[in-house]
Design a protein around this ligand. Structure first.
Ligand code: HEM
Length: 511
């Protein structure tokens, strides 16, 4: 590189420095580009056994997904075109195989591949290395330690807490509707599920439904929102750009508030548990929460979780346990509003079980088969977690002989699998009877995957089903639900399934 003219005016050492910096930059660019080139060649070869929709030379398939409420429908359309699986490209260097058939899903979910780094990278600063993102031996150890936290003995007393939280929400709606009807549900439901998980996870009474101004609640809310935002803002995929941006600044500020709060709660509980370190003794005094289980958990060597691990697990519960159930509940209420005949059947069943009671009890949960079928049918059509991703740690060969090498990224499109037309008759039709015991017993084990399947399925699924039943039962007891004809829903995957224009329903108080 010849020195530019003005360099003759600079002292020699300054030019030398500039020149070295330029060479260094060039070298970095060259190394990066050749790595990308090698990656692209590798991806093309890895994905070669599979077809996929045509893609743009620069953007890949990214341009087809316009975030206008049709993206998931496009995935279903591709699933019809390419049964089993198809390739998708985000730009030139990120290619993955999208799985859309239960047979293929079963092959992947019966293995123990780690989560894909790309998908979980944005949440990790918040939830740390908790159950959701861990892999290998450490995941296995945590899962074993935490599983007792979901035993029905522990879940039982939560049902009353759930009822209390739902009733706060319903009272809010009652006061709201004379002035403002239709109501946008998702926001209210999400505060309610946050309230619930805080009570159940660490007996924290936040009052967040009435006072959403608390610093911690705002921080948790902001973190969920910023993770979503970052995911869909391509420049923010770069850590440095995000770090330096105003969103990155807000993210760090919220992160600090959330972590300081979690640390404080853990510290206080540790102090209060000093005398009682056996769960049975604590349970005699009060009901257990997840934090008790985490703090008392010991492996076969008597080793408990480190402070860092504890915080990661508590934050993982906060993240996994609130927006997912909020999505589930909001979509069920929407479907029941859309299909009034099913709404009425559920209401009759609930009236028979609850009578005039406004608190659901543990024993009631098993007496709502029709409501449960409606919840499942909604989660088939609108799964709260529409896709999950894995990075293969070993090569895989599918039943039809096609294979993928180690390192390939696989996206399991739960939304498309749950609507797979070779399994479900008229998949777009809302028919709760698909989940009658007779119909369920003969179905493919991986045709319905709202909670995923295999060793890494959702550990919180019983908790979630209980919360959904409580919310639906108490809501239908108090309100008639009607859709808002002005607002057509636009399902969109934003970490969890939402509608990009909200979920609006007309509520009519039942006297
Ligand atoms: C309707 C509500 C829920 C749905 C649809 C749901 C769905 C899922 C799905 C699909 C996965 C697999 C994720 C993956 O493979 O990347 C998962 C994992 C997980 N879920 Fe849930 N979830 C719900 C509620 C909850 C609740 C309430 C909790 C906790 C209280 C929870 C805790 C977890 C955890 C810790 C994992 C990671 C499990 C592991 O990898 O061992 N989930 N969930």
């Amino acid at each position: 590189m010849s020195p530019p003219l003005f360099s003759t005016l600079l002292p020699h050492s300054v030019w030398d420095l500039g020149s070295w910096a330029a060479w260094l930059c060039l070298l970095v660019v060259l190394v990066k580009s050749s790595k990308l080139y090698v990656r692209r060649r590798w991806l093309l070869k890895a994905l070669s056994p599979f077809d996929g929709p045509k893609c743009h030379w620069l953007y890949g398939n990214a341009q087809e997904f316009l975030k206008d409420g049709n993206d998931l429908e496009i995935m279903v359309r591709y699933a019809e075109q390419y049964p089993y699986a198809y390739t998708l490209w985000l730009g030139n260097f990120f290619g993955s195989l999208t799985i859309c058939h239960p047979d293929y899903a079963k092959a992947v979910l019966s293995r123990q591949d780690p989560k894909d780094d790309f998908a979980y990278h944005f949440i990790t600063p918040w939830i740390g290395k908790g159950l959701l993102v861990l892999s290998g031996q450490k995941w296995f150890q945590h899962r074993r330690l935490i599983t007792p936290g979901f035993h029905y003995d522990v879940l039982k007393p939560y049902v009353t807490l759930m009822s209390d939280c739902v009733n706060v929400m319903l009272n809010k709606w009652e006061n709201l509707i004379p002035d403002k009807n239709p109501v946008e549900l998702f926001h209210h439901v999400s505060l309610m599920t946050l309230d619930t998980i805080m009570k159940c996870a660490f007996s924290y009474r936040s009052n967040c439904q009435m006072d959403s101004e608390s610093a911690y609640i705002k921080a948790v809310y902001q973190l969920s929102h910023l993770v979503d935002y970052r995911f869909f803002c391509l420049p923010y995929h770069n850590d440095l750009i995000f770090h330096l941006s105003p969103h990155g600044f807000r993210f760090r500020r919220a992160l600090k508030i959330a972590h300081v709060h979690t640390d404080k709660v853990i510290k206080e509980r540790k102090q209060s548990l000093q005398e009682d370190t056996e769960l049975e003794k604590i349970q005699k005094k009060r009901h257990l929460d997840f934090l008790d289980i985490l703090l008392c958990a010991k492996d076969e060597n008597g080793q408990g979780l480190s402070d860092e691990d504890l915080r990661a697990e508590v934050d993982t519960f906060m993240f996994e346990g609130h927006d997912t159930t909020a999505s589930g509940i909001s979509w069920v209420l929407y479907c029941l509003a859309k299909y009034p005949e099913h709404q009425e059947k559920c209401r009759e069943e609930i009236r028979e079980v609850l009578g005039d009671r406004s608190t659901v009890q543990w024993e009631d949960l098993g007496k709502m088969p029709y409501t449960t079928m409606c919840i499942k049918e909604t989660m088939r059509l609108y799964p709260p977690v529409p896709e999950v991703a894995r990075q293969l740690k070993e090569p895989i060969t599918f039943f039809d002989g096609r294979s993928l090498p180690k390192g390939a990224i696989v996206l399991l499109c739960i939304y498309a699998i749950n609507r797979c037309s070779s399994i479900w008759d008229e998949p777009e039709v809302f028919d709760p009877l698909r989940f009658s015991p007779e119909n369920s017993s003969t179905r493919h084990s991986h045709a319905f995957l709202p909670f995923s399947a295999g060793g890494r399925n959702c550990i919180g699924q019983n908790f979630a089903m209980n919360e959904m039943k409580v919310a639906v039962a108490l809501t239908l007891q108090k309100f008639e639900l009607h859709p808002d004809p002005e607002k057509e829903l636009k399902p969109r995957s934003l970490l969890v399934l939402r509608s990009s224009n909200g979920i609006h329903l007309n509520l009519k108080r039942i006297d």
